[in-house]
Design a protein around this ligand. Structure first.
Ligand code: PAF
Length: 324
């Protein structure tokens, strides 16, 4: 009799234990653009990989389209532990980790190969350590892409064509100092406010990579696109230290590996959008200047490099430029 009574109890205890072992943690991940954008592609790969690698103990709930706020707010929430993850550009990151600002210098990187090599190499690893010291665990350098200018007023063929345009910029002093040398009037504004600002003419233009211009449908509110590629915009997949601290050594490996795969997928999507997106934007009615006079922009920004050298050290800038 006793045996008959105990068996179901033991069974219940066993089931409870099994249930406990399979307890699921749902992590909130936020990003600025749509689920099908480069950030969405990278974040989805990350979420699939952690779910697979931890046999479902960890999964994500995704919050695309700035549903959790602007990037600055989301970084702050991750630092505080009220949000678990953010896939964000470095634009506002320098407000938390000043050393990161160096990667936002205009015309610092030659091309995608150069930028990815720097971010994945010792310089990027060193910046990740600086982030960790400020309570931000960088799982991987993902990517936003080279930024290009759009506006509603005129074609930009050279730097002097940009002069006088009121352009929304990120809340990033390194960008703004550089862009002022082009003669534009930089207007810092959180991204979630941008579409309406363009629509209502509060600003004449903005600058962002092709994947953002595409996924945010800026062709509906901007006539001109110029492939200025004036600055590379890195991005980071950042985890809250509150979550990182609770992970086992094995789970940490799973998260880091998932970060690498996410970065690869996000970068591939950036490449794909660069390859096919310009034709799509033209089809949507945008007038695209493909052969911009890059030299005119480089020449304009040269004086700003004195300020950058003072802030970051000429040797540090040269160390990035010299990565082959
Ligand atoms: O322009 C920005 O603020 C950023 O490029 C964006 C669109 C939020 C993506 O990181």
């Amino acid at each position: 009799m006793m045996k008959k009574l105990l068996t179901p109890l033991a069974m219940a205890a066993l089931l409870a234990a099994a249930g406990g072992a399979q307890a699921q943690t749902v992590l909130k991940i936020g990003y600025a653009t749509s689920p099908t954008s480069h950030y969405g592609v990278g974040s989805t790969v990350f979420c699939e990989e952690i779910e697979k690698g931890t046999s479902g103990r960890y999964k994500c709930q995704q919050f695309p389209n700035s549903a959790l706020g602007g990037e600055r707010e989301q970084i702050e929430a991750v630092q505080l532990g009220t949000q678990d993850l953010v896939n964000t550009s470095t634009g506002p990151l320098g407000n938390f980790v000043p050393e990161v600002k160096i990667v936002d210098i205009p015309f610092l990187f030659r091309d995608y190969d150069h930028a990815r090599k720097v971010m994945d190499g010792p310089i990027g690893q060193d910046l990740s350590k600086k982030m960790e010291a400020k309570g931000l665990v960088n799982l991987a350098w993902t990517e936003n892409g080279f930024r290009h200018m759009t506006n509603s007023k005129r074609a930009i063929n050279q730097a002097s064509d940009a002069a006088g345009l009121k352009m929304r910029t990120m809340e990033n002093k390194v960008h703004m100092d550089g862009y002022k040398t082009f003669g534009i009037l930089p207007t810092p504004m959180p991204f979630p406010e941008l579409f309406t600002a363009l629509q209502q003419g509060t600003v004449d233009g903005q600058e962002n990579p092709i994947p953002v211009i595409l996924s945010s449908k800026f062709s509906q509110v901007q006539k001109h696109l110029s492939l200025t590629g004036h600055v590379y915009s890195p991005a980071a997949l950042i985890l809250s230290p509150a979550v990182w601290g609770k992970l086992s050594a094995d789970d940490k490996k799973v998260f880091l590996e998932a970060g690498k795969k996410a970065a690869a997928a996000q970068r591939k999507k950036v490449n794909d959008d660069e390859d096919s997106g310009i034709a799509l934007l033209e089809k949507d009615g945008m007038q695209v200047v493909k052969k911009v006079n890059g030299e005119s922009f480089r020449k304009a920004v040269a004086p700003a490099y004195a300020g950058y050298a003072k802030e970051f050290g000429a040797d540090k800038i040269a160390a990035i430029q010299n990565v082959k």
